[in-house]
Write a new protein. Structure first.
Length: 586
């Protein structure tokens, strides 16, 4: 079932129903500003009736070198004329919005060019890349289409070029909107490809659990990417083909019957030689929590929605986390049931990450040995004999208990430790980017070459909820009463604190980081009160986002925010170095 959120965020007509001036007034005002101080552009703030759409000038930049001015165009459905089936549920409306963003960006590139000082002449919208994610840049519902974009108002030095601005806003912008946002001006077949790809992926994802699966990779998928900085599919890559023993089929409303490899609940091991595709498969699964555009190659690769990629993060901070199921009896009697550290090791950071993921509601863990702490993953027989006292219970001894006791499945990409053959429910070998089911062979090898290592004993896998303390989340910075912003795509500046999110690998878009920065302020202001647990705070923020969309986080009609999961918001809170918590007794 697809949840329909397309009309729950407040209608576009409501957002756009403000007192209006007409287009001619805007044109004449811009002509009058020609040659005057750049600051006089601020007089333009307001709403203007262009007939086929309304233009909102929400924020005007202070000078041509500052962040460009924020604007919105609201096109009523009487002009846009999108058939209701194209936005009838959230899957379709999000996919259609991604298509419209691309269309708007292409038209802006075609019709405008920068000339003058700073950002002069620029019209830009936050573009979506390969993923179909809810973005504040574009919305569509039964009342119309709303596009949010930025404009660099023209200048020479710090003098307004009013005549150029009049041409930009009153002639070029209407042409962009006419060609980008009306249904008749776009490719109807391509729109269908977008909306059906998004809907089918969501339906696939919702059916996984009933089939006892945590992920699905359709036959014919293209998993390799062009490079680490180019997420488009690699030309000439080997199409994915499921082993017969792991093949499952789904009936989808748009694509019909599709076949592919089902990744079962429990413990799945992905093995293979270097450069044969095991990490590529795992990366496709970690991105399978999101929908993909129809030309991506991974549009029918899905993973259950709460899956979290776990890795080691040397040096990160930890606040009051129970890591005792994995690490206990540290020297000097350090308590690991409520463990804190300003500079965690690889093993303690990975243990904390698992506990934090469980607290945030993860049902699947994804682990690549290349980014894991070796001593957390495995401890072989010889090392057990040499070192008699070891506080770490390696994951190999806990991974089955995670599923048996907590219902949490694990998928591991592993090339260096055969000890995991003893605990794997399924073993997939990647060879030349094609998977083979080698589970039976792995069990035969494990039986023929038994290890003498002893499984370590450990504490129960309890989840100890924590209550964030409001005084430890101080967003004040100098003269600013509250301040949260981003630096790059993986760093949040929260008050005087810096939150490093480079280790949060499923944070894939700078707009997500910007939205998380706003969500941190929102959660601190509305819900972090010293009584609610972190899980309760995440529930509340998630509920508000479902009801009101990304505008719940900020009332300034920002156009550069992207939807995120509760798991990534939890990761940001957990990496705040000033964080203090009270632990709820298990």
């Amino acid at each position: 079932m697809i949840v329909d959120r397309s009309v729950s965020h407040g209608s576009i007509s409501t957002l756009c129903s403000m007192p209006m001036h007409d287009k001619e007034r805007l044109y004449q005002r811009l002509i009058q500003l020609d040659g005057r101080s750049y600051a006089t552009y601020k007089e333009l703030r307001g709403t203007y009736d262009f007939g086929a759409f309304a233009l909102h000038i929400d924020h005007v930049q202070s000078d041509p070198f500052a962040a460009p001015s924020r604007m919105r165009a609201c096109v009523p459905q009487a002009s846009a004329a999108y058939p209701p089936h194209t936005y009838q549920n959230s899957s379709r409306s999000v996919a259609l919005s991604a298509y419209l963003i691309d269309s708007f960006a292409a038209q802006a590139r075609r019709h405008t060019q920068r000339s003058g000082s700073g950002y002069s002449g620029l019209i830009e919208i936050a573009t979506p890349g390969q993923l179909l994610l809810e973005r504040s840049a574009m919305r569509i519902d039964s009342t119309g289409v709303e596009a949010r974009f930025t404009v660099g108002l023209p200048a020479t030095g710090r003098r307004a070029l009013g005549r150029q601005a009049a041409h930009l806003l009153c002639e070029l912008l209407p042409e962009i909107i006419e060609n980008a946002l009306r249904y008749a001006a776009n490719d109807a077949e391509e729109i269908e490809r977008y909306i059906t790809a998004g809907e089918d992926a969501d339906i696939l994802r919702t059916q996984l659990r009933a089939r006892g699966l945590v992920a699905f990779v359709a036959d014919g998928s293209v998993l390799p990417r062009r490079s680490g900085i180019d997420d488009r599919p690699l030309a000439g890559a080997v199409p994915f083909l499921s082993p017969p023993s792991l093949r499952v089929e789904f009936d989808l409303p748009n694509a019909g019957r599709v076949s592919g490899m089902g990744v079962r609940e429990g413990v799945t091991l992905i093995v293979g030689g270097g450069f044969h595709g095991k990490s590529t498969l795992l990366r496709a699964l970690e991105r399978g929590i999101y929908n993909h555009r129809p030309d991506d190659g991974r549009q029918r690769v899905v993973c259950e929605a709460s899956a979290v990629k776990i890795r080691a993060e040397d040096g990160r901070s930890i606040a009051g986390v129970d890591i005792s199921p994995f690490i206990n009896e540290l020297p000097m009697g350090r308590d690991t049931t409520c463990f804190s550290s300003a500079n965690a090791s690889g093993s303690t950071s990975q243990a904390a990450y698992i506990a934090e993921a469980m607290e945030a509601g993860a049902r699947t863990l994804l682990v690549d040995e290349d980014t894991a702490a070796t001593n957390f993953m495995i401890r072989d027989e010889r090392m057990q004999q040499l070192v008699s006292h070891e506080p770490i219970t390696p994951l190999v001894d806990r991974v089955h208990a995670l599923y048996r006791e907590r219902g949490i499945s694990t998928v591991l990409a592993m090339g260096g430790s055969g000890d995991y053959l003893d605990v794997a429910d399924c073993v997939i070998a990647m060879e030349d980017y094609l998977p083979r089911d080698v589970t039976k062979r792995a069990r035969t090898i494990a039986a023929a070459h038994p290890t003498a290592r002893k499984a370590a004993t450990a504490h129960p896998l309890a989840i100890r909820e924590r209550i964030p303390q409001p005084h430890s989340m101080d967003a004040r910075r100098g003269k600013r009463s509250l301040d949260a912003r981003t630096r790059g795509d993986h760093c949040v500046l929260f008050g005087r604190e810096t939150i490093d999110l480079n280790g949060v690998e499923q944070l894939v878009d700078g707009g997500q980081t910007r939205a998380i920065a706003r969500a941190l302020l929102y959660a601190r202001t509305h819900y972090i009160d010293g009584r609610r647990s972190l899980a309760d705070v995440l529930d509340a923020v998630e509920r508000d986002l479902a009801e009101r969309g990304l505008d719940a986080l900020d009332d300034r009609c920002l156009g550069d925010l992207t939807h995120f999961r509760r798991q990534e918001l939890a990761a940001a809170i957990n990496r705040l170095r000033s964080l203090q918590v009270l632990q709820i007794e298990a």
